[in-house]
Design a protein around this ligand. Structure first.
Ligand code: ADP
Ligand code: MG
Length: 717
């Protein structure tokens, strides 16, 4: 075991209440905190003229564009509220294609020319801003058109105030588009996809006799995994600082504390951090529900109560930001990378997803009557059909360099998309498929002998933690998202592919109903055909097993291991047709994303390779050489020979890595070829360098090894 370095133990003696770095203000009672920094409907009602408030709410309820005549009144109320709450600046807060969020701060105060300043903020400034699009990735949209872009307020996501020890900023959630109207962000397509799904779902609901629902909203509740480590270790690791993950590090001794962490008691410093984070999130109106330890040491999870996908996605971006900010108050660093530590469980994000009507009905909840069940089976069948048809696109929507260490690598979930339905649903769909569901009596459901579907377990035994896409009682859980990802793209994809499947099935249903059949008789053959055609995607077994890989291949399912394998599905013919039909992405907008994601993959790996080579050459190799000198001096011939051989291998590996990562050795003409080169040449060269370094770490004198070791980083809390 390595010694624990003294300075780290000191760092771990954190100051309760955050010490000097902004103790949480515990004077405000909890019941007044929730949403206190949000320009919420309650605040709007208090501050807006009544007719303005009413019109604004109507606009939001129908998901329509904001009437610009309201903007000035809303802006005025928002400004006064923000100033009273200590804001000095405002920003249009948006999600560029980098996957993070961007802000451009403007002061509320404009100089009057008489030595004073006036707070100004008009409807025009609320609704529209003009950041320079050229500083954000646009994937070619920028190259052919003007660099300028504009941001437009998204009134469906409430404005909020972000506090800082030295001031506060009013953040206005906005969409980001080019002057030609092309989406340069993740929000616009998400909003478009929610519209698309709403239209399709309403069309289907009408066939089921639902005439009251006007809109269907998709909902999301993300479970976020993360690591907390002492900041001292972070600052001692250039790899963590520049790439967010450790590029070197031998596995800690086997079994060390590994088992008692999961759902173990939470250490005091960590709990203090969590409470503070939840308080900050509460102010922003983000409803946090659960917190607990995760599988790996120093790994935790945080989950909010679900919200409309648009608001939920914005809140998820904010959550990641707040989690990282608050950690610093406790001498901690919050790591959101998908795989910060090799050989230790990585971090993902579970995207719980459903569809709900404005009348409060969850379309993926089986319900209590045979009629509800029919509706449920219809929407459930649509999800199965959608996921099967667009496996590649779903996989592409969660692809990134960080994810490549989890998906399809030696860790779960696999790179194969499959659906877990649970034993009860498999039984029901199986019976329908085999035509066993005959005429039903008034009390029975589809002739299955039960009045309604048995209550499907939300929790407990009937779960499959290895499935990338699981039905969990009243929602689907897309479990393959990376921990650092924005929710927007995977949900845009989910919404649109399900909209398409709903339309497909609704059209069939309309045809059957026109023949004069009753609903149940009309639906039965449709469900039968759809399930039979798509059940290859349904898998109830262990997704991590080797047998599944063989079986999946036999079924003809896609197994897209690395990012360059998956991304082409973003621009496949099926994908282009899908998104064009639903006006979610134009082919150009898709192509732009494809390029940006490929570019990000290449750039990330370039940076990782350069960092790895530099650490190896300037930190690790010298340490190993010093160690060798010591062995030689002590005349430990055999050990010296062993070490010398290892050092030889290591220096060969370093030179191979440096050469693989040389710009002139890489194909630059075509992005996909470049990405494939990174996957096939640079990644293996990094792995080889790491393998040598990790062996050296085990033999070089502990006091000479310049990087904190896993056993230190992962077990100090
Ligand atoms: P588990 O860890 O067992 O998967 P959790 O209770 O930690 O479950 O998380 C469940 C998540 O699912 C929560 O974020 C919750 O808000 C979310 N959720 C529940 N119902 C819905 C729904 N209808 N739509 C979207 N998300 C939902
Ligand atoms: Mg879950």
């Amino acid at each position: 075991m390595p010694r624990i370095r003294q300075q780290n133990v000191l760092a771990a003696q954190w100051a309760p209440n955050g010490g000097a770095l902004g103790a949480p203000d515990l004077t405000v009672p909890d019941n007044q905190i929730f949403g206190s920094n949000v320009f919420s409907p309650t605040v709007q009602r208090q501050r807006l003229p009544r007719d303005v408030f009413r019109k604004l709410q109507q606009t939001l309820g129908r998901g329509e564009a904001l009437d610009t005549s309201l903007a000035d009144a809303v802006a005025l109320a928002m400004k006064e509220w923000a100033l009273e709450n200590g804001a000095t600046h405002y920003t249009h807060w948006f999600q560029p294609l980098t996957g993070s969020t961007a802000e451009k701060h403007d002061s509320f105060y404009a100089p009057t020319g008489e030595g004073t300043a006036l707070a100004q903020f008009s409807g025009k400034e609320l609704i529209q801003g003009e950041p320079d699009a050229s500083s954000f990735p646009t994937g070619g949209i920028r190259a052919t058109f003007e660099a300028r872009g504009y941001t437009a307020w998204d009134p469906t996501s409430p404005a909020f105030i972000l506090e800082n020890p030295n001031g506060a900023v009013l953040c206005i959630p906005t969409a980001f588009a080019s002057w030609t109207g092309e989406a340069l962000d993740h929000k616009i397509p998400l909003l478009r996809s929610m519209d698309a799904l709403s239209k399709s779902a309403i069309r289907a609901l009408r066939l089921f006799g639902d005439s009251s629902s006007q809109r269907v909203f998709t909902t999301v509740g993300p479970e976020q995994e993360y690591f907390l480590i002492d900041q001292q270790y972070y600052f001692e690791r250039p790899d963590l600082i520049t790439t967010g993950r450790t590029l070197f590090g031998a596995k800690p001794p086997k079994g060390h504390e590994l088992d008692d962490h999961y759902f173990g008691s939470i250490p005091e410093r960590i709990l203090a951090y969590m409470l503070d984070t939840e308080r900050e999130l509460a102010k922003l109106g983000i409803p946090i529900k659960t917190r607990h330890n995760e599988v790996a040491p120093n790994q935790y999870e945080i989950a909010p109560i679900f919200e409309s996908t648009n608001v939920g996605s914005d809140h998820q971006q904010l959550t990641m930001q707040v989690m990282q900010n608050v950690a610093r108050r406790y001498g901690l660093i919050c790591l959101l990378h998908e795989k910060p530590f090799a050989g230790v469980n990585g971090s993902g994000k579970h995207n719980n997803w459903s569809m709900g009507t404005d009348t409060g009905k969850n379309l993926l909840d089986p319900g209590d009557t045979p009629h509800d069940n029919l509706e449920f089976l219809f929407f459930c069948a649509a999800v199965i059909q959608a996921a099967n048809k667009h496996q590649g696109l779903l996989r592409a929507s969660i692809a990134s360099a960080g994810q490549d260490h989890r998906l399809g690598a030696n860790e779960a979930p696999p790179a194969i998309i499959s659906i877990f339905l649970g034993a009860e649903l498999v039984k029901v769909f199986g019976a329908i498929e085999r035509g066993e569901a005959g005429e039903s009596t008034p009390e029975s459901f589809l002739g299955l002998g039960t009045p309604v579907l048995p209550p499907l377990p939300l929790h407990g035994g009937d779960r499959n933690r290895t499935s990338p896409f699981a039905f969990t009682g009243n929602k689907f859980e897309f479990r393959a998202l990376g921990s650092s990802m924005s929710l927007s793209l995977p949900n845009t994809v989910l919404n649109t592919i399900v909209a398409e499947a709903i339309d497909y099935l609704a059209e069939e249903l309309e045809d059957e109903l026109e023949k004069g059949k009753d609903l149940e008789a009309a639906l039965r053959p449709i469900l039968q055909r759809s399930y039979a055609a798509n059940k290859q995607i349904v898998f109830e077994g262990d997704n991590y097993s080797d047998e599944w890989h063989v079986e999946a291949e036999r079924r003809g399912l896609l197994n897209l291991r690395a990012t360059p394998d998956a991304l082409p599905y973003l621009v496949s013919d099926d994908t282009e047709t899908l998104f064009s039909n639903y006006a979610v992405f134009s082919p150009r907008e898709l192509e732009a994303r494809y390029e940006v994601f490929l570019e990000q993959y290449v750039t990330k790996l370039n940076i990782e390779a350069e960092t790895a080579a530099s650490i190896a050459r300037t930190m690790l190799l010298p340490a190993a050489a010093r160690h060798l000198g010591m062995l030689l001096e002590a005349q430990l011939g055999e050990l010296a020979a062993e070490t010398s051989e290892l050092i030889g291998e290591f220096s060969d590996a370093i030179r191979a890595l440096e050469s693989a990562n040389l710009a002139e050795n890489q194909p630059h003409d075509e992005l996909l070829a470049h990405a494939a080169y990174m996957r096939d040449e640079v990644v293996p060269a990094m792995e080889q360098t790491r393998a040598c370094a990790d062996r050296l770490e085990r033999v070089v004198a502990d006091d000479l090894w310049p990087l904190p070791k896993y056993a230190e980083i992962l077990f100090i809390k």
